[in-house]
Write a protein that binds this ligand. Structure first.
Ligand code: ZN
Length: 200
């Protein structure tokens, strides 16, 4: 009993199943919901995805996704240029912005160093970060990286690379749970961790 839904729908399900948190079963349910709610969901979602694909680029300064380059945060003259918060991915940046705890600029690494997965510094936006700190205008670099082995390895590496740049290197205080991704923290925890940051 091959209950195939037709190649287009099967392709939609197969793509949805690649999203984090969605296995084949939930992808099937999501697809069904989209098909049932054509006007409210399917068509607006298709348009939003197309528009994102057409317009979103990586900011050439910080690496965050935005529709303009430099991104709205890098272009914001009210934010502190002397303070750079380094995050693994944009999800952590968004969490930090939701918390309202930080009024400086960001730098999105695009991943973490990982001996296991063979990720070296050249695969991340490390050279760009070093370049931003070279001018002497950056007073402090806050390493807001996960409290995992890779996160801490990356933090240690960045501290060494940025030594001598003139910027103080700090990292978020504990309270960030070990193994915790910033995206999963509540805003209050992020605010506390940012206030109580310490030398890295
Ligand atoms: Zn930017």
């Amino acid at each position: 009993m091959a209950a195939s839904a037709g190649p287009e729908i099967e392709r939609l399900i197969a793509l949805l199943a690649k999203l984090p948190g969605l296995g084949p079963r939930s992808a099937r349910r999501a697809a069904l919901t989209l098909l049932k709610r054509r006007e409210q969901l399917l068509i607006p979602l298709a348009a939003a995805i197309q528009e994102t694909a057409d317009k979103v680029v990586s900011c050439s300064v910080c690496g965050a996704p935005d529709t303009r380059d430099p991104c709205s945060i890098c272009a914001d003259t009210h934010r502190d240029n002397g303070l750079i918060c380094v995050v693994e991915e944009a999800g952590a940046l968004w969490a930090m912005e939701r918390s309202g705890a930080f009024r400086g600029k960001y730098h999105v690494l695009g991943g973490l160093l990982s001996a296991l997965d063979g990720v070296g510094p050249e695969a991340l936006r490390v050279a760009e970060l070093v370049g931003r700190c070279r001018g002497g205008d950056v007073r402090e670099v806050v390493l807001a990286l996960p409290a995992t082995v890779d996160g801490q390895t990356t933090a240690h590496y960045l501290s060494e690379r940025l030594a001598g740049s003139g910027a103080e290197i700090t990292s978020l205080a504990r309270g960030v749970p070990v193994g915790g991704d910033l995206d999963w923290l509540d805003d209050g925890t992020i605010v506390q961790a940012m206030r109580a940051r310490r030398p890295a």
